[in-house]
Design a protein around this ligand. Structure first.
Ligand code: PMP
Length: 386
């Protein structure tokens, strides 16, 4: 197996259930969720049942969009009931990166423009197009040339919105809660200003809700708490409920440009795999029938109440996308390692080495939050005592 990190966790997991991962003789509490994927916990019975039902019907039939596959249609129909009137056309793909590629192509084709604006320190994926939207040269320098014509704006900074979003800009890519920068929410005023400038210039506004979608911040999508509606919504990760699935969603009017010049504006073989769509639909139903989103704010508050220590300088984020902020990078690293040794799986961020990522399954109970917080505080204290 190819290995791209010289320091992998390398824990061999035999079984996963709820918030627990079972390795050889050791149990871990999962507070990463495969990076915001396993929102409804591992081995969720409703998702497993949907997968078993689908497996008995059919697996792959034909490349995306050629046959009527009920699990795709039902998921698109159900999603549309939760989305505003300009987000009613769903293109299913395999991953977050592919969904970003699809959104970039759609914006180019619809506007006839080729420039893009993205946020500094955003992460939109690892394929060439998505990588072009990454401002940090460390990650992109070795893969140049990437796409030309990309400008970067600073999160929550209004100063360059007017000068950089212009009549040449096809789309602006925004993470409403910036992931790899350490779960930093965009302010409503900033998003409104970006929306206004996009309207003035005929630029499409794209929200990457690959991490923040499917209930993680307490609403199905983070933008639903933000009074700003994008032109394209991009989903993946938790959207697939543990199966590989992504989507970019736009209006029928925008999406229909993919039907001509050229026909088949985006082609994908496995996009919207029937198993993935069945899992995603089961997750969507579960989120609502079990009122999962109603409990998120309370769980966030509990974490914030319990995770108090002089070494924790702040808790960034929203809902169950939380980042513990430390002053010292080295100290932060040691706490992460010590927690993993103690059976708590937590993680770091690409662009915020002084922060700990807490992104547990949304079904985590109050008792489990107490246990998790206890382990974190204990390990912080232990590091202080060393
Ligand atoms: N956008 C965001 C906000 C992400 O967090 C990620 C994955 N970390 C991606 C895009 C890319 O998704 P994928 O890994 O499925 O290609």
């Amino acid at each position: 197996m190819a290995q791209t990190s010289d320091n992998p966790l390398a824990i061999e997991i035999q079984k996963a259930e709820g918030v627990y991962l079972y390795a050889n003789g050791k149990t871990y509490i999962d507070c990463i969720s495969g990076i915001s994927v396993s929102n409804l916990g591992h081995s969720n019975a409703a998702i497993n049942e949907a997968l078993k039902n689908q497996i008995d019907k059919h697996l792959h039939l034909m490349v995306y969009g050629e046959m009527i596959q009920s699990s795709q249609v039902q998921l698109a129909e159900k999603l549309a009931t939760y989305l505003p009137s300009n987000l009613q056309s769903v293109y299913f793909v395999n991953s977050g990166s592919e969904a970003i590629e699809g959104a970039m192509k759609l914006a180019k084709r619809y506007t006839g423009r080729s420039r893009f604006v993205a946020q500094e320190n955003a992460y939109h994926g690892s394929t060439h197009g998505a990588l072009s939207l990454m401002s940090d040269p460390y990650f992109s320098n070795s893969f140049t040339p990437l796409l030309p014509g990309i400008d970067f704006i600073k999160q929550n900074d209004h100063s360059e919105i007017i000068s950089l979003i212009t009549h040449q800009t096809a789309a602006v890519f925004i993470e409403p809660i910036m992931g790899e920068k350490g779960y930093l929410p965009c302010s409503m005023a900033y998003l409104k200003a970006v929306r206004k400038r996009c309207d003035e210039t005929g630029t499409l506004l794209v929200f990457d809700e690959i991490q923040s979608g499917y209930g993680r911040t307490g609403s199905l999508f983070a933008f639903q708490q933000l009074e700003v509606v994008p032109d394209i919504l991009v989903l993946a990760k938790g959207f697939g409920a543990g199966m590989p699935l992504g989507a970019f969603i736009a209006s029928n009017n925008i999406m229909q440009v993919f039907t001509e010049n050229p026909v088949l504006g985006h082609i994908t073989t496995f996009g919207g795999h029937p198993m993935s769509c069945a899992a995603s639909l089961a997750a969507l139903n579960y989120l609502h029938t079990e009122s999962i989103m109603d409990g998120i704010a309370e769980k966030e508050h509990l974490f914030r109440r319990l995770l108090v220590h002089p070494k924790i300088k702040n808790i960034d984020g929203k809902g169950l996308m939380l980042a513990l902020v430390f002053e010292d990078v080295e100290f932060c690293r040691k706490v992460i390692d010590a927690c993993v040794d103690s059976g708590l799986l937590i993680d770091w961020f690409l662009y915020a080495e002084n922060k700990i990522r807490l992104s547990p399954p949304l079904i985590i109970s109050k008792e489990q939050i107490e246990t998790v917080s206890g382990i974190v505080i204990e390990n912080i204290q232990k590091q202080c005592n060393l």
